[in-house]
Design a protein around this ligand. Structure first.
Ligand code: FBP
Length: 551
């Protein structure tokens, strides 16, 4: 395959490895741990993997070499995130450092490759083609949910056949939840297979004190911020459009918030704030219309508005509707299956409680249908398919027309719509993500070599230089709580939503009014791989602020 000039040069980049992982490592065990909530329930569900200590690696002056070579399998799970290929390279290099005979196998197209025994051996030559590149195409990814003993047993067969002693699952909160369940199952039956998770997702919602960031967030946000900056230049040049820009991120608004800090748009909705303030769709529309009318008074009929993908799920009345819809879609699945779109709308409405049926019928049909699409395999609403950006601009357009009729608004309103998500998920990783993912992978190999299972690879102190990053592992059960999914209470990793008392949000909130009534756009420009460190190596603003730094 012919490579671009950047691909050729970028392939030579050697990710920086934390000092602790250079040379031989030994493991230091911390205190026993507890889950973040619902301790008794989680303990009962994970009797063999609950309460394990946090571990940290240190340099080992008296290395104990592993005598026997071992094999490892990997699965890339869920949505793509920049840096996945470097996790694979890091695991590979870590394994080879431990013993040249160690082998790495990749299961194809996500968990389904594991269950159906579709795999390939990942050799040095094959991996070389993918170092420092974006995408998950090295082995493919998928969203099959690994959840039942039949699947675990089917997977165990191939693990035994290939003499694999550990499986690494590279995924988001749901996939790492599955990793914890699988680790517990294999430990319970003495299968002799370890399971290690790696925190992946552009959404940035898999984080806590020990997992400072999920990989891919940094790169994806920088890609979106570049394009938002370009739109803002265009917008400020022609001065005739309001751009409604929806940003991926599923439930959490971390991506929208980071992009707002990077680009300083006129308005950025934060779903978590909408929920906390119990805002209605009408409140949101009013507040944006107010900004538009105030800008019009200054002679400005243009602006940029960022919308987090999951907004609709956070509007309290919508949240109630969605949770009832979830149950209706499960309970009446066979009845709904064969219906046409309009019949489906009517049938769903009939099964909803009166208040929800009223709200459901007040939505434009296409939005109601988008809300009623099948949930993904983890029970999540597929928010990327809901056109919130056009729903909002339609409602705003109508409201402004009413305001104009009543003499409350004098201006012109024309809207453009954008949705940025897929554009950034497979970008070549930034230096930060390239280094972070390589370290996460290398670290995962060390966790395996230490005989651990049910752990997530953890690399911390991320705003410092990569040499000073702190490496180790955190028991996955420590991050879990009980949540209702598909109508049942399930143990899941607690999602990290935007913290309304956290510095990233407070920083944006402090600028909000000024940004709405001025035009103070920032233009971050494209990701740079070569040049001054402040341009090429700066982590996300979210991470800097969370670490007490200034931006
Ligand atoms: P993960 O949670 O698997 O990392 O996926 C993230 C994401 O990009 C979300 O932001 C988005 O809502 C979803 O995937 C889209 O799913 P799909 O790739 O199936 O269209």
């Amino acid at each position: 395959m012919k490579k671009s000039a950047l691909q050729r040069v970028r392939a030579e980049y050697q990710p920086k490895l934390p000092k602790e992982l250079q040379g031989d490592v030994k493991v230091k065990f911390g205190e026993a741990t507890n889950s973040v909530a619902d301790q008794e329930a989680i303990k009962q569900l994970f009797p063999h993997t609950y309460g394990m200590p946090v571990v940290q690696f240190e340099h080992n002056d008296e290395p104990e070499r592993v005598e026997e070579p071992f094999n490892v399998g990997i699965i890339l799970s869920g949505g793509q995130a920049p840096g996945g290929h470097n996790v694979v390279s890091g695991i590979f290099d870590g394994l080879k450092k431990l013993n040249k005979e160690n082998r790495l196998y990749g299961f194809l197209m996500g968990p389904s490759g594991f269950i159906n025994h579709q795999y390939m051996e990942l050799t040095a030559g094959y991996i070389a083609e993918y170092r420092n590149t974006g995408g998950f195409d090295i082995i493919g990814s998928g969203r099959t949910k690994l959840e039942n003993p039949e699947q675990f047993e089917a997977g165990l067969k191939i693990l035994k056949e290939l003499n694999i002693k550990a499986l690494v699952i590279i995924g988001g909160d749901d996939s790492n939840t599955n990793a914890a369940v699988l680790a517990e199952y294999y430990k319970n039956i003495n299968a002799g297979v370890q399971v290690i998770g790696v925190p992946k997702t552009i959404d940035g919602d898999l984080k806590n004190d020990w997992i400072e960031a999920s990989f891919g967030f940094d790169t994806a946000c920088k890609v979106y911020s570049e394009v938002i900056g370009n739109i803002q230049r265009d917008c400020n040049s022609a001065k005739k459009y309001y751009h409604f820009i929806k940003l991926m991120g599923r439930s959490a608004s971390h991506i929208a918030l980071e992009c707002a800090l990077e680009t300083q748009p006129n308005y950025c909705l934060i779903s978590e704030e909408v929920l906390a303030k119990r805002m209605t769709l009408d409140n949101i529309v009013s507040s944006i219309c107010y900004m538009i009318s105030e800008r019009a008074k200054l002679g400005w009929n243009f602006g940029t508005i960022l919308i987090p993908e999951g907004l609709i799920e956070f509007i309290p009345s919508m949240k109630v509707l969605i949770s009832e819809l979830n149950e209706v879609l499960v309970n009446y699945a066979s009845e709904l299956e064969s219906l046409s779109e309009s019949e489906k709308l009517q049938a769903i409405q009939k099964h909803l409680s009166p208040a929800n049926a009223e709200l459901y019928s007040s939505l434009p049909d296409r939005i109601a249908l988008q809300l009623s699409l099948d949930r993904d395999s983890h029970g999540n609403v597929q928010v990327s398919l809901i056109e919130t950006e056009s729903l909002l601009s339609e409602m705003i357009g109508k409201r402004l027309a009413e305001m104009a009729r009543d003499g409350e608004y004098v201006g012109k309103f024309a809207a453009q719509h954008h949705f940025f998500g897929y554009e950034g998920r497979c970008a070549d990783p930034t230096n930060f993500d390239a280094d972070y993912t390589y370290a996460l992978g290398y670290n995962a190999a060390m966790l395996i070599n230490s005989g651990l299972t049910g752990y997530m690879s953890s690399v911390r102190n991320l705003t410092d230089k990569p040499e000073n990053w702190i490496c180790g592992g955190i028991p996955i059960t420590m991050m879990m709580n009980m949540e209702r999914r598909n109508g049942e209470m399930k143990p899941v990793i607690q999602k990290a939503l935007v913290n309304l008392n956290g510095r990233p949000y407070l920083k944006y909130a402090s600028m909000r009014e000024t940004l709405a009534l001025n035009t103070l756009y920032q233009y971050p420009g494209p990701i740079q791989y070569f040049g001054p460190a402040e341009v090429c190596d700066r982590p996300s603003m979210t991470l800097l602020l969370e670490h007490g730094k200034e931006i």
